[in-house]
Design a protein around this ligand. Structure first.
Ligand code: NAD
Length: 489
């Protein structure tokens, strides 16, 4: 069995100070796998010292060189996509195809999108007589979840490096080894010494030490709302900047003007996105809000669609036993609160072997039920009903979350009006539509800040107004040399 006893600090593998050993479990079999020695708070300080001195005193790394290097990193990952995909499958149980296309393929596209956004970004602009410059914000701690480990890591690491910020990545306890592959890929792509560290460790040890370190300027966190709340409050003590990408309970609204075929397509699309990655997607459409008069049509279609997902065949296991128990407890809660069981077994037998779980569809879910309010993060769809567009918006907005959503309808004016009233960071129209240059993030308890596109870069930039006297002309900086860092440059 492989054993990993190392941390990646500023581009080189070192012996960790931490001594705790974590045994990985393969969710597909429930069997023990590699062991990983976890970093501790001393390792965090070592990584922070290196990142700090890179930022404050290191040789400059120009914007043009950074972006070329990140392009190269995308190439390296693409060339090793099988290796990344196999590792991610072993860590979180994703099927081979999903790991290759969605986990690795989307991650590479995300990184290329960040580079494209940075190439377009105006790091310097004139506002009246002032020159407004966007400069790197400093040392970044990137704390990532396990559900799309490479994509989440690159969303932070790519944007931080593009902006000129050294970055320390703390992956989830479930996915340290895919993050270590990323460390090697960054080295292969030529990320210079000092700019990138990866520390596998516990959230309450390594994550907390990063959040509390005075040497860290920005915390970019993706994970649960509870941990995000704790991070925001602790980061306040050193007044560091925080970007939070948190949980969701996203609605998919079906308007009453859809014809039979479009209605069926909308249900299929909703079930598919709800069950993507076994329901472990932050923006998943987990609440399908359908016209009251078409409830039975929607329930029958959802049942038919959910039945095509077979655990172990085309449905992967959930990522951990803890995740399995959590989903099972929500299934019990759905039954206890009186939701109608449309499809599936709400009392699955405990898994022996892999952490597989069949989809469950609940109907007639009222807005007060826990399964309507709380993020389950498993293969569970709740069907709710509306009596018209205003009521659909009311039901859609009836949770504390505001991350994703969808509106399906025939009349673009109605669809647009409803989409604008949904209090969420993104709303898809008539299907799942990707745009790597668009921002992603949450309203309400789903977060603070945005990732991707130019909005994602802003999380890692400070803005300075240089104010000359009237008539004084400041020479324009050449774009390639902008956002150069290094106090010694
Ligand atoms: P989590 O909050 O348990 O952990 C996320 C990360 O935070 C992990 O690396 C963990 O080790 C670390 N952490 C835990 N406690 C910490 C602490 N006290 N200080 C600092 N770091 C700490 O979340 P998870 O279970 O890994 O991921 C699932 C959650 O992530 C879901 O709620 C999901 O909706 C959310 N998520 C959100 C987005 C988004 O973009 N909004 C994307 C993916 C996942």
């Amino acid at each position: 069995m492989s054993s990993y006893e190392r941390v990646h600090i500023g581009g080189s593998w070192q012996r960790p100070h931490g001594t705790e050993r974590l045994t990985m479990t393969d969710p597909r079999t429930g069997e023990a796998g590699a062991t990983v020695t976890l970093a501790d708070a001393v390792d965090v300080e070592r990584a922070v010292v290196v990142a700090r001195s890179t930022f404050d005193e290191g040789p400059p790394w120009s914007l043009a060189d950074r972006l070329d290097c990140l392009d190269g990193l995308a190439d390296v990952i693409e060339a090793q996509s099988e290796t990344f995909a196999e590792q991610i499958s072993a860590e979180i149980g994703a099927t081979d195809q999903f790991a290759r296309l969605a986990q690795v393929g989307v991650a590479v596209s995300t990184l290329r999108g960040i580079v494209a956004a940075a190439r377009d970004y105006r790091f310097e602009e004139e506002v009246g007589d002032s020159t407004v410059v966007s400069e790197p914000a400093g040392v970044v701690a990137a704390i990532a979840p396990w559900n799309y480990p490479l994509h989440q890591a690159l969303g932070k690491v790519g944007a931080a490096l593009a902006c000129g910020c050294p970055v320390i990545l703390k992956p989830s306890e479930l996915t340290p080894l895919s993050a270590y592959l990323l460390a090697d890929a960054a080295r292969d792509a030529g990320v210079p010494d000092g700019w990138f560290s990866v520390l596998a460790g516990r959230g309450d040890v390594v994550g907390a030490a990063l959040v509390e370190s005075p040497g860290v300027d920005v915390v970019s966190f993706t994970g649960s709302t509870d941990v995000g709340r704790w991070i925001a409050s602790r980061a306040g003590s050193t007044l560091k900047r925080v970007a939070l990408e948190l949980g969701g309970k996203s609605p998919s609204i079906l308007l009453d003007d859809l014809d039979e075929q479009a209605f069926a397509a909308a249900v299929r699309s909703t079930v598919a996105f709800c069950l993507m990655n076994v329901g472990q997607t932050c923006a998943a459409w987990t609440r399908m809000i359908v016209p009251e008069s078409r409830y039975q049509e929607a329930a029958d279609l959802a049942k038919e669609c959910a039945a095509t997902y077979v655990p172990g065949e085309n449905l992967a296991p959930v990522a951990s036993r803890e995740q399995w128990e959590r989903v099972a407890s929500y299934l019990r809660s759905g039954v206890e609160e009186g939701a109608e069981l449309v499809y599936g077994d709400p009392r699955p037998a405990s898994p022996d072997g892999g952490y597989f779980m069949a989809p469950v569809v609940f109907g007639r879910v009222s807005t007060e039920m826990r399964i309507a309010q709380e993020e389950i993060f498993g293969p569970v769809l709740a069907i709710q009903t509306h009596t018209g567009d205003d009521d659909a918006v009311r039901v859609a907005n009836s949770t504390d979350y505001g991350l994703g959503g969808a509106v399906f309808g025939d009349d673009p004016r109605r669809v647009g009006a409803v989409a604008r009233r949904v209090r969420s960071g993104s709303v898809h129209v008539n299907g799942l539509n990707g745009n790597r240059m668009a921002p992603f993030g949450g309203y309400k308890q789903s977060g603070i800040g945005r990732e991707f596109g130019r909005w994602g870069l802003q999380e890692f930039l400070e803005v300075k107004a240089i104010q000359p006297p009237p008539g004084y002309r400041l020479p324009r900086a050449d774009q390639a040399s902008l956002a150069v860092v290094g106090g010694g440059s």
